[in-house]
Design a protein around this ligand. Structure first.
Ligand code: SF4
Length: 361
């Protein structure tokens, strides 16, 4: 891990934010690219937020990228470019919660700040014999209190890192290796033979299925993109216009008639169907998003939405921060496996001479 053992609050901060909900292996290349582009706090604070979101692209949870940028500007402006050392001032920065504040304070400054994340949560629950749900409010209160009692006054950074490693390598979720554990003699769960019951398994979150149509609209070789607005998923990123669907698509032609109408009502644009690309599904937090992907030709009308919309080429689009599903859509349009010019030409013909472009395989 390139950030391990580095007492640089900027590097600790970036790595900890990236590691939220993402594995170490997945984070390493993003971390290295991000550091090459924004090697220090001042370069991040001075960057355009769109560039920061571009560097964040693929990690998901884009609000984290925006918060990084805002926090860097606040540290430059209000703390003379120096990271605060104490947990309270760290927690006042956007996107920094109690764990991240404790990690920065202890790893970078050796402040005696407690931490509680997935690994230490499990270790502390077993060490203290806490049998309730560690993710509940009561569980969090109990385990943070435990973390405060055990964090040492000196070398808190090494201590906290060691506990994370203990959870990752020895006190693993299933069949912890208690016979190799250096703290087995202190562990209440082990003494009671309850190491496999603590913590109790978590309830799986209910997954909500979402169906959407996404419309790639072309006009004179350019495509309509809109910037997603504050409060929307992936705010600040660029996307093709989307229309919600009530369920999986049954008939392409019937669905397009409905979509055409709803697009006209919501955006003021009339369009003609060129082709449909294979559907695409992906997960975002507790949502499973199923995308029906339409390629359409602009026919008439003007973009009526307040939300920023632009007509851009595919090459220009490649430079914009895009949600992962959009990046894939753009890649598919750049490498179509069908003849887009012939297909767009076709929709300009009188209706009776048209035949829908064959669906790409
Ligand atoms: Fe975890 Fe077992 Fe060590 Fe207790 S003794 S901390 S359950 S590995």
């Amino acid at each position: 891990m390139p950030w391990r053992g580095v007492a640089d609050p900027y590097k600790v901060w970036i790595s900890e934010i990236m590691l939220q909900q993402t594995t170490v292996a997945a984070v390493i290349p993003y971390y290295q690219r991000f550091m090459a582009r924004f090697p220090n706090l001042s370069s991040l604070a001075a960057a355009d937020v769109q560039d920061v979101l571009g560097a964040w692209e693929g990690l998901g949870y884009y609000s984290r990228g925006r918060n990084l940028h805002r926090a860097a500007q606040i540290v430059m402006r209000e703390h003379s470019g120096k990271f605060p050392r104490d947990v309270d001032n760290l927690r006042a920065l956007p996107g920094i919660g109690r764990y991240t504040a404790g990690a920065i304070a202890s790893f970078a400054f050796d402040e005696p700040a407690p931490i509680l994340e997935a690994n230490t949560q499990r270790v502390y629950a077993r060490l203290s014999g806490y049998g309730g749900d560690p993710r509940s409010t009561a569980g969090q209160l109990a385990l943070w209190a435990f973390a405060e009692t055990i964090v040492p006054a000196k070398r808190a950074g090494a201590f906290n890192q060691a506990l994370i490693d203990l959870g990752a390598l020895v006190c693993v979720p299933v069949n912890p290796r208690c016979d190799e554990c250096p703290v087995a003699s202190l562990c209440r769960a082990f003494r009671a033979g309850r190491q496999n019951e603590i913590p109790p398994p978590k309830n799986r979150p209910k997954i909500t299925e979402v169906h959407e149509a996404v419309m790639a609209i072309r006009r004179d070789g350019r495509w309509l993109v809109r910037q997603r607005q504050p409060g929307e998923r992936w705010a600040g990123m660029w996307d093709f216009p989307r229309v919600p669907l009530t369920g999986p698509m049954k008939s392409q032609s019937v669905e397009f008639v409905k979509l055409h109408r709803s697009l006209l009502e919501s955006t003021g644009l009339r369009t003609d169907l060129v082709t449909l690309l294979p559907g695409f599904s992906h997960s975002v937090t507790r949502y499973r998003i199923h995308l029906a992907r339409f390629v359409v030709a602009y026919a008439s009308g003007e973009w009526s939405q307040e939300a920023a919309g632009r007509w851009v080429t595919l090459d220009e689009m490649a430079e914009l921060p895009l949600p992962m599903a959009m990046r894939r859509f753009v890649t598919d349009l750049l490498n179509p496996g069908w003849d887009p010019e012939a297909a767009f030409e076709l929709v300009n013909k009188p209706r009776q001479q048209r035949k829908l472009a064959s669906r790409p395989s």
